[in-house]
Design a binder for this molecule. Structure first.
Ligand code: SF4
Length: 370
């Protein structure tokens, strides 16, 4: 049985990086003209050589997104259930070595948070926890899904990577989507950013989308944390991963996020900065490379940036988010995982979307379609 690891191991980070940085304007023009693009075209589109073509890329990305998704924007909201974590990650406020009060929401507290999210209009919730097997393991996820399933049309999870049989247990309980970001595909530096805990196992994480595909999950989310390593090289590996997964688990849908490292209590400075123009280039490059993939942008980005990228390829966004457990109602003052940039309410986001002639979509999924 195939897995992405065998493909990944054939690549060398330095060689990939060199190949991206040596792309020319001819490569970019060829990529823009073609009907079907391959991974070499993606390299050209994310390369420095593509920077002068940003306007052209933005127009093409807009047209392709309109053709496939129309003028719609899916809305979702994260619900942080726990900040307990057994891992050390250099970039995260919940890291084990960060001395903060730890907290995991119980059933009653979760229902209070649910009530608040429902009053905002949400039908799609993203459940987030740290990685602590004893407190937030599969048993906890089973209980949470049973509790909240009646309240939401779409449930996503961003928690520790699980085994295939564990995902298979959660799917009938209402789990639709799993986000599992590799953080970085730079194998050696991955170890530096994840020195302790289960997350330090690079390949266990890399293999997770394969386990999800085999388990038959509806949608898988990929991405890297932009700022840890060279974003172009990391994005190449994300696109390579996406391409493999689409060909292997073709019934599954995919979504990509581009989180840029944000400040947090005791935080890490980005090693590699990415400016707004470069993020726009990356969003457009993904869309031109892949017309089907969902592209998602969170409240990490500023109000102005988010207003401006609506038309460039993004298909889903969060609004009104809190990144601390109980952050909506139960314990608004607990420590955040990272600082939010766009603090507008969901209603303000809806108005902004409508002003741009876009339709906000609260509910994109019905269990009956399964
Ligand atoms: S990124 Fe996730 S695994 Fe790492 S410290 Fe934060 S919550 Fe824990």
């Amino acid at each position: 049985m195939s897995n992405f690891r065998t493909i990944f191991d054939q690549y060398n980070w330095e060689a990939v990086s060199q190949s991206i940085y040596s792309k020319t304007s001819l490569d970019v023009e060829r990529a823009l003209k073609r009907d079907k693009r391959d991974i070499e075209d993606f390299k050209a589109l994310i390369s420095p050589a593509a920077a002068p073509y940003l306007e052209q890329m933005a127009q093409l990305s807009h047209q392709l997104t309109l053709k496939r998704f129309g003028k719609t924007m899916q809305l979702y909201i994260p619900m942080y259930l726990s900040n307990e974590c057994q891992n050390i990650c250099t970039y995260c406020g919940f890291s084990l070595d960060n001395k903060i009060p730890r907290r995991t929401l119980n059933g009653l507290e979760i229902l209070k948070e649910v009530e608040t999210l429902k009053s905002m209009g949400y039908e799609h919730v993203l459940l987030v926890t740290g990685e602590a097997n004893k407190t937030v393991g599969v048993d906890y996820f089973e209980q949470v899904l049973e509790l909240i399933r009646p309240h939401f049309a779409h449930i996503s999870m961003e928690v520790q990577p699980l085994r295939q049989h564990e995902y298979e247990k959660l799917l009938p309980l209402g789990l639709n989507t799993v986000l599992v970001y590799q953080e970085t595909y730079h194998k050696e530096d991955y170890k530096k950013h994840h020195p302790k805990g289960k997350k330090s196992n690079f390949y266990f994480r890399l293999d997770t989308p394969d386990r999800l595909g085999k388990a038959g999950v509806h949608k898988v989310g990929l991405g890297t944390l932009i700022g840890l390593e060279d974003w172009r090289t990391d994005s190449f590996f994300t696109a390579l991963h996406l391409d493999y997964l689409e060909r292997t688990y073709w019934k599954t849908k995919y979504t990509i996020s581009f989180p840029r490292l944000r400040p947090f209590s005791g935080g890490l400075e980005p090693k590699v900065a990415m400016n707004d123009r470069e993020l726009v280039q990356l969003i457009c490059a993904y869309r031109i490379f892949n017309e089907e993939v969902e592209l998602s942008i969170s409240t990490r980005e500023t109000e102005i940036f988010r207003n401006n990228v609506i038309k460039l390829g993004i298909t889903s966004m969060s609004a009104g988010s809190k990144t601390n457990p109980g952050g909506y109602t139960v314990e608004p003052q607990s420590l955040e995982q990272f600082e939010i940039s766009d603090e507008r309410s969901p209603q303000a986001i809806v108005e902004m979307l409508k002003a741009q002639d876009y339709e906000p979509v609260w509910k994109d999924w019905e269990a009956a379609y399964q």
